[in-house]
Design a binder for this molecule. Structure first.
Ligand code: ATP
Ligand code: MG
Length: 425
């Protein structure tokens, strides 16, 4: 039998409730902060990501799905959204409407990495980009938005870790400093990190190998930010404290993607293991200019949705809501009658279904139970002759005969009864 590709997963109807809960909570919060949704294509010219993310990154070197299309164009499945959004921002002149363009996205991303818990080849991200200001309060807004999503969903035991990479010059200085500090201990690094040492020393900090972690652990940090960037970082920290957000300053957060400048941050969560972040983001003040736009500062983040699900699953075995009515039939010609009532009830906004295979009444009642129907209408030959149906209130376990013309009204009464009872608990 054919199976889903390794590293990809079906999100089945039973799981969808939790996905929708995350999406709808996030959407509500995005609206409060005035972020508008953008949906960009899942495929782009490969060069878009190579230029923006950087050639010496794991994403571009090892993880990106790149293929030639029929016209021999080099196409990539998007590994992340920031580059696509900046492309769309420039291509559609989105910056003209508001001083700061605030966008959010929810969708699948693709990276060819070794699948494991919380790590897939097709995974999903939910994130924002705020384009058009270098004000540290915008960093605070973006971080507080991420924290608000965590809190709203009830994800506990998380840490916000922040750092600043400074401007272009500062970043060059920190890279130089790290190269000097690591040079004498190159032998303790894994083969990959020795390559990283040559091309992108910052990536060593992202290495999941504990040996490499030890090498960079002791390196003294700080003191490399210019006055401007140091003041910016101070304001971000002050702003976070002023809105009651706790954070940990962690100089090892470097975000290996080339485009990051100044503030970078990660949110980690206890259930995911030490090295896996649930959310990551930061400033990318040079990217838009590098991609051919005007000098435009920006800041954003991305949540990994599979990791949100992992953090939520224990507390939230949330269920899809049950249906309003199930229509059961017993006897010749009843399915046709029930079918027409069902269409009428749906027209009135009641959710309902029927057993098209006309199994036994007992089997139909079991199905109604399983579907958590609020009420069941039973069509029986004898009752129909009298213009009546049986109506069972599944919550109260009471059944009565009602005139077929009153059925919809009675069902609605049961529904509002059930809803108000549920509301009280
Ligand atoms: P990691 O260090 O875990 O590989 P990353 O630095 O590659 O993460 P980002 O590119 O910053 O991750 O993506 C932001 C978020 O997207 C991550 O914090 C994580 O929650 C999620 N994410 C990244 N890659 C995957 C993946 N392959 N499967 C599931 N979620 C992922
Ligand atoms: Mg990664």
């Amino acid at each position: 039998m054919l199976k889903a590709l390794r590293g990809t997963k079906d999100i089945l109807p039973a799981d969808v409730a939790l996905w929708r809960k995350i999406e709808s909570s996030a959407r509500d919060i995005f609206a409060l902060y005035d972020y508008k949704e953008i949906r960009t294509p899942v495929m782009e010219e490969a060069s878009l990501f190579i230029r923006s993310i950087g050639t010496a990154t794991d994403i571009v070197q090892k993880e990106m799905y790149v293929f030639s299309d029929r016209a021999e164009r080099s196409i990539a499945l998007r590994p992340e959204a920031t580059a696509s959004i900046v492309r769309a921002y420039l291509e559609n002149s989105l910056g003209q409407e508001k001083a700061v363009t605030k966008l959010f996205y929810i969708g699948p991303m693709f990276r060819s990495e070794r699948p494991q818990k919380g790590r897939q080849r097709q995974f999903h991200q939910l994130g924002v980009e705020a384009i058009g200001s270098d004000n540290p309060l915008l960093d605070v807004e973006v971080i507080s938005l991420a924290v608000r999503i965590m809190r709203e969903l009830g994800i506990k035991d998380f840490n916000l870790n922040i750092n600043s990479l400074g401007c272009r010059k500062d970043k060059a200085r920190i890279i130089e400093k790290y190269r000097k500090a690591i040079k004498s201990r190159l032998d303790s690094l894994c083969g990959e990190c020795r390559e990283r040492y040559k091309k992108n020393v910052l990536r060593i900090f992202d290495c999941k190998n504990p040996g490499c972690g030890k090498v960079v652990e002791g390196i003294e940090s700080g003191g490399f930010l210019c006055d401007d960037c140091a003041a910016h970082f101070e304001s971000v920290k002050k702003g976070l404290s002023s809105v009651g957000i706790n954070f940990i300053i962690d100089p090892r957060i470097v975000r290996g993607l080339d485009y990051y400048t100044k503030t970078v941050f990660e949110i980690t969560q206890k259930d995911l293991g030490a090295k896996d972040a649930i959310c990551a983001g930061g400033r990318y003040n040079n990217l838009i200019e590098e991609m051919g736009g005007k000098d435009t500062p920006a800041v954003g983040f991305a949540f990994g949705m599979e990791r949100m699900i992992l953090s939520l699953e224990k507390e939230n075995a949330s269920e899809e809501p049950g249906m309003d009515v199930f229509l059961a039939v017993t006897g010749q010609g009843m399915l046709d009658k029930a079918f027409h009532m069902m269409i009428d009830l749906r027209g009135r906004g009641l959710s309902c279904d029927i057993d098209y295979n006309e199994k036994s009444l007992k089997a139909q009642m079991r199905m109604a139970e399983k579907l958590r129907a609020g009420s069941v209408v039973i069509f029986g030959e004898d009752e129909i002759k009298k213009g009546k149906i049986s109506l069972r209130d599944m919550g109260k376990r009471e059944q009565k005969e009602v005139d077929i013309r009153d059925a919809a009204r009675e069902i609605l009464a049961i529904k509002s009864g059930t809803t108000s009872e549920r509301g009280n608990t």
